[in-house]
Ligand binder design. Structure first.
Ligand code: SF4
Length: 235
Protein backbone atom coordinates (compact mmCIF):
# COMPACT_ATOMS: atom_id res chain seq x y z
CA UNK A 1 0.00 0.00 0.00
CA UNK A 2 2.96 2.32 0.36
CA UNK A 3 5.27 3.06 -2.51
CA UNK A 4 7.67 0.11 -2.85
CA UNK A 5 10.66 2.39 -2.31
CA UNK A 6 9.11 3.85 0.82
CA UNK A 7 9.04 7.32 -0.71
CA UNK A 8 5.33 7.93 -0.29
CA UNK A 9 2.63 7.06 2.22
CA UNK A 10 -1.01 6.34 1.39
CA UNK A 11 -2.91 8.23 4.09
CA UNK A 12 -6.56 7.87 5.13
CA UNK A 13 -6.61 10.90 7.42
CA UNK A 14 -4.70 13.03 9.89
CA UNK A 15 -6.29 13.51 13.28
CA UNK A 16 -4.97 16.55 15.16
CA UNK A 17 -4.72 17.71 18.77
CA UNK A 18 -5.21 14.31 20.38
CA UNK A 19 -4.63 14.13 24.10
CA UNK A 20 -4.64 11.25 26.60
CA UNK A 21 -5.01 8.52 23.95
CA UNK A 22 -1.46 8.17 22.60
CA UNK A 23 0.73 8.37 25.70
CA UNK A 24 2.25 11.67 26.78
CA UNK A 25 1.48 15.05 25.18
CA UNK A 26 -0.52 16.33 22.23
CA UNK A 27 -0.26 14.14 19.15
CA UNK A 28 -1.36 14.00 15.56
CA UNK A 29 -2.45 10.56 14.40
CA UNK A 30 -1.43 9.60 10.86
CA UNK A 31 -3.82 6.88 9.67
CA UNK A 32 -2.33 4.90 6.81
CA UNK A 33 -3.92 2.45 4.36
CA UNK A 34 -3.39 -1.30 4.37
CA UNK A 35 -3.61 -4.04 6.99
CA UNK A 36 -2.63 -7.74 6.93
CA UNK A 37 -5.25 -8.66 9.56
CA UNK A 38 -8.96 -9.21 8.99
CA UNK A 39 -10.43 -8.51 12.42
CA UNK A 40 -14.09 -9.49 12.43
CA UNK A 41 -15.19 -6.20 13.99
CA UNK A 42 -12.62 -3.94 12.33
CA UNK A 43 -13.59 -0.32 12.89
CA UNK A 44 -11.51 0.88 9.90
CA UNK A 45 -12.25 -1.77 7.23
CA UNK A 46 -11.90 0.82 4.45
CA UNK A 47 -8.13 0.62 5.08
CA UNK A 48 -8.11 -2.89 3.53
CA UNK A 49 -11.44 -3.73 1.85
CA UNK A 50 -10.86 -1.77 -1.38
CA UNK A 51 -13.69 0.73 -0.76
CA UNK A 52 -11.42 3.77 -0.21
CA UNK A 53 -8.38 5.14 -2.05
CA UNK A 54 -6.49 7.35 0.45
CA UNK A 55 -4.24 10.28 -0.40
CA UNK A 56 -0.57 9.95 -1.32
CA UNK A 57 1.93 11.98 0.72
CA UNK A 58 5.65 12.44 0.27
CA UNK A 59 7.71 12.90 3.43
CA UNK A 60 7.81 16.62 2.78
CA UNK A 61 4.01 16.83 2.27
CA UNK A 62 3.48 15.04 5.55
CA UNK A 63 5.98 17.18 7.43
CA UNK A 64 4.31 20.36 6.12
CA UNK A 65 0.96 19.17 7.52
CA UNK A 66 2.41 18.03 10.84
CA UNK A 67 4.52 21.09 11.56
CA UNK A 68 1.35 23.19 11.99
CA UNK A 69 1.20 21.70 15.51
CA UNK A 70 4.92 21.99 16.24
CA UNK A 71 4.43 24.29 19.24
CA UNK A 72 1.87 21.95 20.82
CA UNK A 73 4.18 18.98 20.34
CA UNK A 74 7.17 20.74 21.87
CA UNK A 75 5.26 22.29 24.76
CA UNK A 76 3.64 19.00 25.82
CA UNK A 77 6.25 16.36 24.92
CA UNK A 78 3.95 15.03 22.22
CA UNK A 79 4.41 14.41 18.52
CA UNK A 80 3.31 12.00 15.85
CA UNK A 81 1.42 8.72 16.23
CA UNK A 82 1.53 6.37 13.23
CA UNK A 83 -1.57 4.19 13.03
CA UNK A 84 -3.80 2.52 10.49
CA UNK A 85 -4.59 -0.01 9.21
CA UNK A 86 -1.15 -1.31 9.97
CA UNK A 87 1.62 1.32 9.92
CA UNK A 88 4.38 -1.31 9.90
CA UNK A 89 3.43 -2.14 6.31
CA UNK A 90 5.04 1.26 5.65
CA UNK A 91 8.22 0.66 7.65
CA UNK A 92 10.49 2.05 4.91
CA UNK A 93 8.61 5.33 4.69
CA UNK A 94 8.31 5.73 8.45
CA UNK A 95 11.97 4.96 9.15
CA UNK A 96 13.18 7.43 6.54
CA UNK A 97 10.63 10.05 7.69
CA UNK A 98 11.71 9.87 11.33
CA UNK A 99 15.39 9.83 10.41
CA UNK A 100 14.85 12.96 8.33
CA UNK A 101 12.80 14.83 10.95
CA UNK A 102 14.03 13.57 14.31
CA UNK A 103 15.82 16.89 14.88
CA UNK A 104 12.35 18.44 15.35
CA UNK A 105 12.35 17.07 18.91
CA UNK A 106 8.92 15.48 18.37
CA UNK A 107 8.04 12.17 19.95
CA UNK A 108 7.28 9.39 17.44
CA UNK A 109 4.86 6.65 18.49
CA UNK A 110 3.10 3.83 16.74
CA UNK A 111 -0.10 1.87 17.26
CA UNK A 112 0.39 -1.53 15.66
CA UNK A 113 -0.68 -5.17 15.68
CA UNK A 114 3.03 -6.02 15.00
CA UNK A 115 1.87 -8.98 12.90
CA UNK A 116 4.15 -8.19 9.97
CA UNK A 117 7.47 -9.66 8.76
CA UNK A 118 10.08 -9.19 11.50
CA UNK A 119 12.28 -7.22 9.11
CA UNK A 120 9.61 -4.45 9.02
CA UNK A 121 9.65 -4.18 12.79
CA UNK A 122 13.47 -4.08 12.80
CA UNK A 123 13.46 -1.10 10.43
CA UNK A 124 11.70 1.18 12.95
CA UNK A 125 12.45 -0.39 16.31
CA UNK A 126 15.21 2.05 17.27
CA UNK A 127 13.25 5.09 16.11
CA UNK A 128 9.92 4.72 17.87
CA UNK A 129 9.58 6.16 21.40
CA UNK A 130 6.41 4.28 22.31
CA UNK A 131 4.78 1.18 20.81
CA UNK A 132 1.08 0.73 21.52
CA UNK A 133 0.51 -2.92 20.64
CA UNK A 134 -2.99 -4.00 19.76
CA UNK A 135 -2.88 -7.56 21.11
CA UNK A 136 -6.39 -8.83 20.19
CA UNK A 137 -5.94 -12.13 22.10
CA UNK A 138 -3.14 -14.16 23.70
CA UNK A 139 -4.76 -17.50 22.89
CA UNK A 140 -3.71 -18.87 19.49
CA UNK A 141 -7.08 -20.33 18.56
CA UNK A 142 -9.08 -17.24 19.51
CA UNK A 143 -6.52 -14.87 17.95
CA UNK A 144 -6.58 -16.68 14.61
CA UNK A 145 -10.36 -17.01 14.59
CA UNK A 146 -10.77 -13.27 15.18
CA UNK A 147 -7.98 -11.88 12.96
CA UNK A 148 -7.48 -14.60 10.31
CA UNK A 149 -3.75 -14.01 10.85
CA UNK A 150 -0.89 -16.15 12.20
CA UNK A 151 -0.63 -16.03 15.99
CA UNK A 152 2.93 -17.35 16.19
CA UNK A 153 4.29 -14.47 14.11
CA UNK A 154 2.52 -11.94 16.36
CA UNK A 155 3.75 -13.65 19.54
CA UNK A 156 7.36 -14.00 18.36
CA UNK A 157 7.42 -10.35 17.27
CA UNK A 158 6.02 -9.26 20.62
CA UNK A 159 8.74 -11.13 22.48
CA UNK A 160 11.39 -9.71 20.14
CA UNK A 161 10.08 -6.17 20.66
CA UNK A 162 10.09 -6.60 24.42
CA UNK A 163 13.64 -7.95 24.42
CA UNK A 164 14.90 -5.09 22.23
CA UNK A 165 13.13 -2.04 23.72
CA UNK A 166 12.12 -3.15 27.23
CA UNK A 167 8.71 -2.78 28.88
CA UNK A 168 8.98 1.01 29.34
CA UNK A 169 8.43 1.63 25.64
CA UNK A 170 5.44 -0.71 25.23
CA UNK A 171 1.76 -0.36 26.10
CA UNK A 172 -0.27 -3.49 25.35
CA UNK A 173 -3.92 -2.87 24.57
CA UNK A 174 -6.20 -5.74 25.58
CA UNK A 175 -9.66 -5.58 24.02
CA UNK A 176 -12.83 -7.14 25.37
CA UNK A 177 -14.44 -8.36 22.14
CA UNK A 178 -18.15 -9.22 21.80
CA UNK A 179 -18.81 -12.95 21.13
CA UNK A 180 -15.09 -13.82 21.42
CA UNK A 181 -14.77 -12.83 25.07
CA UNK A 182 -18.04 -13.94 26.61
CA UNK A 183 -16.57 -14.77 29.98
CA UNK A 184 -13.45 -13.19 31.43
CA UNK A 185 -10.99 -14.35 28.78
CA UNK A 186 -9.42 -10.89 28.83
CA UNK A 187 -8.15 -11.62 32.34
CA UNK A 188 -6.21 -14.62 30.94
CA UNK A 189 -4.86 -12.32 28.24
CA UNK A 190 -3.66 -9.81 30.83
CA UNK A 191 -1.98 -12.60 32.80
CA UNK A 192 -0.27 -14.00 29.70
CA UNK A 193 1.16 -10.56 28.92
CA UNK A 194 2.33 -10.02 32.50
CA UNK A 195 4.01 -13.44 32.47
CA UNK A 196 6.26 -12.47 29.58
CA UNK A 197 7.18 -9.15 31.25
CA UNK A 198 4.80 -6.57 29.75
CA UNK A 199 4.02 -3.90 32.34
CA UNK A 200 1.88 -1.27 30.64
CA UNK A 201 -1.49 -2.91 29.97
CA UNK A 202 -4.74 -1.18 29.04
CA UNK A 203 -7.99 -3.14 28.93
CA UNK A 204 -10.75 -1.61 26.82
CA UNK A 205 -14.19 -2.63 25.55
CA UNK A 206 -14.91 -2.72 21.85
CA UNK A 207 -17.60 -0.37 20.67
CA UNK A 208 -20.77 -2.23 19.85
CA UNK A 209 -20.15 -3.66 16.35
CA UNK A 210 -23.65 -2.60 15.29
CA UNK A 211 -22.49 1.07 15.22
CA UNK A 212 -20.29 0.30 12.23
CA UNK A 213 -22.31 1.73 9.34
CA UNK A 214 -21.98 1.55 5.58
CA UNK A 215 -19.78 -1.53 5.57
CA UNK A 216 -18.63 -2.88 2.22
CA UNK A 217 -19.76 -6.37 1.16
CA UNK A 218 -16.18 -7.60 1.78
CA UNK A 219 -16.23 -6.33 5.34
CA UNK A 220 -19.75 -7.65 6.04
CA UNK A 221 -18.73 -11.08 4.75
CA UNK A 222 -15.67 -11.03 7.03
CA UNK A 223 -17.85 -10.37 10.10
CA UNK A 224 -20.42 -12.99 9.04
CA UNK A 225 -17.72 -15.66 8.62
CA UNK A 226 -16.47 -15.01 12.14
CA UNK A 227 -19.99 -15.17 13.61
CA UNK A 228 -20.81 -18.43 11.84
CA UNK A 229 -17.51 -20.02 12.94
CA UNK A 230 -17.84 -18.91 16.55
CA UNK A 231 -21.42 -20.21 16.69
CA UNK A 232 -20.19 -23.61 15.49
CA UNK A 233 -17.53 -23.59 18.21
CA UNK A 234 -20.17 -22.88 20.84
CA UNK A 235 -22.60 -25.60 19.64
S1 SF4 B 1 -5.62 -4.57 12.91
FE1 SF4 B 1 -7.72 -5.33 12.78
S2 SF4 B 1 -8.96 -3.63 13.57
FE2 SF4 B 1 -6.96 -2.78 13.03
S3 SF4 B 1 -7.21 -2.08 10.89
FE3 SF4 B 1 -6.37 -4.15 10.84
S4 SF4 B 1 -8.17 -5.46 10.57
FE4 SF4 B 1 -8.88 -3.45 11.31
Amino acid sequence: MSDINGETLNVVSLSRIRTKTDGEGVTTLVVSMGCPLRCAYCINPFTWDGSFKGKIYTAEDLYNELKIDNLYFLATGGGVMFGGGEPLLNADFISSFITKYKSTGWKFSMETSINVPLENLKKVIGLIDLFIVDTKDMNKERYELYTKADYDNFYNNLKYLLKEVGPERIIARVPVIPELHKDKEYEDNVKALQEIGIKGIEVFRYVNPSVRKELSDTSKKNTEEFLSKIKKDIE
